[in-house]
Ligand binder design. Structure first.
Ligand code: NDP
Length: 316
């Protein structure tokens, strides 16, 4: 049978490109889990995805209620779940004041990490029921966890500190909307911190569930896709100069189509079944197991992030 893959944030960028790449193989039915139903439907059509090869379902990761409603709606649709891809993200690089989710958590960590954490935890039940030969949970990471790259070291660097801000719920009210408890808000750092949480979460899933369930847990850095909507909140000059800078100076540029193929590999390639791995690609577009920074691979921190997140999303 066809595999069923759920991809969050499939209305643009990497998620849309991966949805298209997977649907085109004929081997996958893609569930596009998106906050803007109409935008996602139009994007799928504009990308040339065939009718019947995908289903759009509503999911707003900035609301934990919406996450629960999505899981209910998915179950009512009576599809199996073979692969879940946590891809959606927001990035507010110039923001100096926080915004908040419906549940009162700072938006970058709320959407990129907490919403996905609840979704992935709830949908483990569905993944475990699937009879698909290779079931996977993929959480899209970023370069900020790489120690071996220049871009991973550009300030402000990710730093979760002792997690006191996360423990306080990132409400801003108790002083901090930042995971490390810093009282001043930095949108660029909040995004990087959220991606470190994504990578820690993937590894903690691996430690807690891989042996018992056989499910593959993986993360990836798809390359710098300088043209996606992720940079929509950046200053105009940055948006003009960033793609050519990546293309000609750092040579880290990848097209949306190429990045979509990379994510599609992590979803379905028989050779990428190893669990607990952070995949990256070299200049010739060959995949390899990348190294994570010390913080992004710290098991004690992963356990603490897991436990604090459980409390914030109402699982503990
Ligand atoms: P885009 O902005 O193009 O896509 C992000 C997607 O997330 C959109 O579909 C967006 O929906 C969705 N989204 C945002 N907020 C929510 C929400 N509250 N609920 C549900 N969906 C939401 O960015 P990219 O494609 O570049 O990013 C995809 C992933 O790739 C992210 O995890 C990012 O961290 C990662 N990444 C990107 C890199 C790059 O260079 N671009 C590099 C490394 C990692 P909508 O269309 O409605 O806005």
């Amino acid at each position: 049978r066809q595999g069923v893959v759920v991809i969050t944030g499939a209305s643009s960028g990497l998620g849309l490109a991966a949805a298209k790449a997977l649907a085109e193989t004929g081997k996958w039915h893609v569930v596009m889990a998106c906050r803007d139903f109409l935008k996602a439907s139009k994007a799928a059509k504009a990308a040339g995805m065939a009718n019947g090869s995908y289903t759009v379902m509503h999911l707003d990761l900035a609301s934990l209620d919406s996450v629960r409603q999505f899981v209910d709606a998915f179950r009512r649709a009576e599809m199996p779940l073979d692969v879940l891809v946590c891809n959606a993200a927001i990035y507010r690089p110039t923001a100096r004041t926080p915004t908040f989710t419906a549940d009162g958590h700072e938006m970058s960590v709320g959407v990129n990490h907490l919403g996905h954490f609840l979704l992935a935890r709830l949908m483990m039940e569905d993944l475990q029921k699937s009879d698909y030969p290779s079931r996977r949970l993929v959480i899209v990471g970023s370069i900020t966890g790489n120690v071996n790259t220049l871009a991973g070291n550009v300030p402000p660097k990710a730093n979760l500190g002792d997690l006191r801000g996360l423990a306080g719920g990132l409400t801003g009210a108790s002083g901090s909307a930042m995971i490390d408890g810093d009282e001043s808000f930095d949108g660029a750092k909040a995004y990087k911190d959220s991606k470190v949480c994504n990578m820690l979460t993937m590894q903690e899933f691996h430690r807690r569930y891989h042996e018992d369930t056989g499910i593959t847990f993986s993360s990836l850095y798809p390359g710098c896709i300088a043209t996606t909507g992720l940079f929509r909140e950046h200053i105009p000059l940055f948006r003009t100069l960033f793609p050519p800078f990546q293309r000609f100076v750092t040579k880290g540029f990848v097209s949306e189509a190429e990045s979509g193929k990379r994510l599609a590999q992590v979803v379905g390639e028989p050779s990428l079944t190893k669990s607990g791995v952070y995949w990256s690609w070299n200049k010739d577009s060959a995949s390899f197991e990348n190294q994570l920074s010390q913080e992004a691979s710290d098991p004690e921190k992963a356990r603490k992030v897991w436990e604090l997140s459980e409390k914030l999303v109402g699982l503990a």
